[in-house]
Design a protein around this ligand. Structure first.
Ligand code: NAD
Ligand code: DAU
Length: 339
């Protein structure tokens, strides 16, 4: 099978490339990535020598580039990870999120319509469901929960989901969608909560917790997410949405304290800062459908996954030190100085 992985030089896409090369040695994997600030060829360094792997630089919102990719590579499966993915950046400047996440997805779908495809899989997010209140731990997102977005990022992802469903119904594009909770693990870009806190703690910098730190996220080790998508593209039913999550809810403050404990650092590093605008309170996925229909269940508990993740950042300083010494410095200063 020839699989195009868009956004494969990013966090989850990169892990997915490795997952497929390891678990399906007969598949051919083509990573198609624009290499934005979040894309990093060093993430794919260990795949470059694999004869079943190829990297193509390109933008999903560039029609000519996308059509050329389809003409030359004749993919059977597209897994669309490519996106602007950071909520805080979408609050600062929404436009690029609309171009990449909505227009880019529509161009990929047009290419599927023009050239044909066995499966188009859209990697979506639980953020399309909005948030749940903190005082109702009995509530979870199911696949039938209404879309109700809070940030320009989540609005752009929900728009893309609606386009995928429209193309599936109107043009019979064989599409599936997955909506996953927060991922963590190797190659996570340092702007996101877990890597940011690990790196700041290692560098003796303050750990900026938004608001009171009581917001809840439902954490999933990235390899479990990759396994779920792999199952969906091979066994999932066309036209279906699958929620992915492992019931690992933690408040942000619990996550930050766990990281400090693993690193043997004091809680005095924690600094409460101005809250994110429109900050979603709680995400919590009900994964019953994918579990009962496809037999997927997560294998990594949060307490083990966070240990492995901290260990990865300790062992791969070169990967993140290069990132935080570049344009990331300006980003950090803009978002956090005087916050
Ligand atoms: P990321 O920001 O780490 O990586 C995004 C990748 O997409 C980068 O390699 C970037 O270069 C590439 N890209 C961006 N714009 C592009 C364009 N126009 N054309 C081609 N490539 C482009 O993101 P991530 O955290 O790995 O998320 C991947 C996907 O999973 C996204 O669609 C995101 O919405 C979704 N998702 C993420 C999480 C999470 O916790 N990180 C959870 C659920 C769903
Ligand atoms: O739920 C899936 C989503 O998870 C994905 O769709 C997004 O692409 C991904 O970025 C992530 O979104 P979040 O906004 O939940 O992740 P982030 O790491 O940005 O923030 C997690 C929580 O931590 C959130 O409540 C905000 C808080 N936070 C974040 C940062 C960066 C802080 O308190 N301080 C910080 O410095």
């Amino acid at each position: 099978m020839t699989i195009v992985v868009t956004g494969g030089a990013g966090f989850i896409g990169g892990n997915f490339v490795y997952y497929i090369l390891k678990n399906h040695p007969d598949d051919k994997v083509i990573c198609y990535d624009k290499l934005t600030y979040a894309g990093n060829l060093e993430t794919l360094a260990d795949a470059q020598d694999n004869p079943n792997f190829k990297f193509v630089r390109g933008d999903i919102s560039n029609r000519a580039e996308v059509y050329k990719l389809f003409e030359e590579e004749k993919p059977e499966v597209i897994v669309n990870f490519a996106a602007e993915s950071h909520v805080d950046r979408s609050i600062e400047d929404p436009e690029l999120f609309l171009r990449t996440n909505i227009i880019g997805t529509s161009i990929l779908l047009d290419a599927c319509k023009k050239f044909g495809i066995k499966r188009f899989h859209q990697v979506s997010t639980d953020e399309v469901y909005g948030d749940l209140p903190l005082d109702r731990p009995d509530l979870f997102f199911t696949e039938t929960t209404n879309l109700h977005t809070s940030s320009p990022y989540s609005a752009s992802k929900a728009s893309a989901d609606l386009l995928v469903q429209a193309y599936q119904r109107t043009y019979q594009i064989p599409a599936t969608i997955s909506r996953c909770s927060n991922n963590y693990g190797p190659y996570h870009f340092p702007e996101k909560l877990i890597p940011l806190m690990i790196i700041n703690a290692l560098n003796g910098k303050k750990l900026p917790v938004y608001g009171t730190g009581e917001n809840v996220r439902d954490w999933l080790y990235v390899e479990d997410h990759c396994a779920a998508i792999d199952l969906i593209i091979r066994k999932g039913r066309v036209g279906e949405v699958y929620n992915i999550g492992g019931h690992n809810e933690r408040t942000n403050l619990q996550v930050v304290k766990t990281i400090l404990k693993i690193l043997g650092k004091g809680e005095d590093l924690i600094e409460f800062v101005t809250d994110r605008k429109g900050h979603d309170q709680r995400y919590a996925i009900d994964p019953t459908k994918i579990s009962t229909e496809l037999g997927w269940n997560p294998t990594t508990k949060f307490d083990d996954g966070i240990q492995k993740t901290v260990a990865w950042y300790l062992e791969n300083r070169g990967w993140w030190e290069k990132i935080i010494s570049g344009e990331y410095k300006e980003y950090y200063s803009k978002m956090y100085d005087n916050r």
